[in-house]
Design a protein around this ligand. Structure first.
Ligand SMILES: [Zn+2]
Length: 161
């Protein structure tokens, strides 16, 4: 390396070096791809892979501590995940309501369970109403067959629904 190389020059040199990339790829397969390189002038450079589990993006940056860092694609993915989680929390009740228009596939498992349970409550309630209606119709039919005179105005104590 040249004597007066800037950190930016060094980063470009590392990124463009096929051997460096190959070595980093091998190291990343062993989960050991986190290397700090000392440069002239007291600068340090860090070669590392993205902290996301399923990402092998190799990054070369000026060393600022070995905190977890993500590549741009994963950063965006995490941001989108965060936004969608915030939206989910904000619309939690709407999304789990029995009459919700949110597709089932957009719900997490907890929400699916809640919506199923609420749907079942609605079905049970409708079934109860239908049974009551059937009973009243049966009674009415019986009364109609039995009665000499039928009143439907409720004056005989029969209310329809
Ligand atoms: Zn990544």
């Amino acid at each position: 390396m040249k004597e007066k190389e800037t950190v930016a020059d060094a980063i470009v040199a590392f990124i463009d070096d096929a051997d460096v990339i190959e070595c980093m790829t091998v190291l990343s397969l062993r989960n050991e791809a986190d290397i700090v390189v000392k440069l002239s002038g007291g600068h340090k450079m860090r070669l590392f892979t993205c902290s996301a589990d399923d990402c092998t993006q190799i990054m070369v940056k000026e060393y600022r501590g070995s905190n977890a860092e993500y590549c741009t694609a994963c950063k965006n993915k995490n941001r989108n995940k965060k936004v969608s989680e915030e939206t989910r929390q904000k619309n939690y009740d709407k999304q789990t309501a029995p009459n919700s228009k949110t597709p089932f596939s957009y719900l997490n498992n907890e929400q699916k369970t809640i919506r199923n349970s609420r749907n079942n409550n609605v079905k049970a309630s409708k079934n109860r109403k239908i049974r009551t209606l059937e009973m009243r119709l049966t009674n009415l039919k019986k009364k109609f067959n039995d009665a000499e005179e039928l009143t439907l105005d409720g004056s005989d104590g029969t209310t329809f629904l």
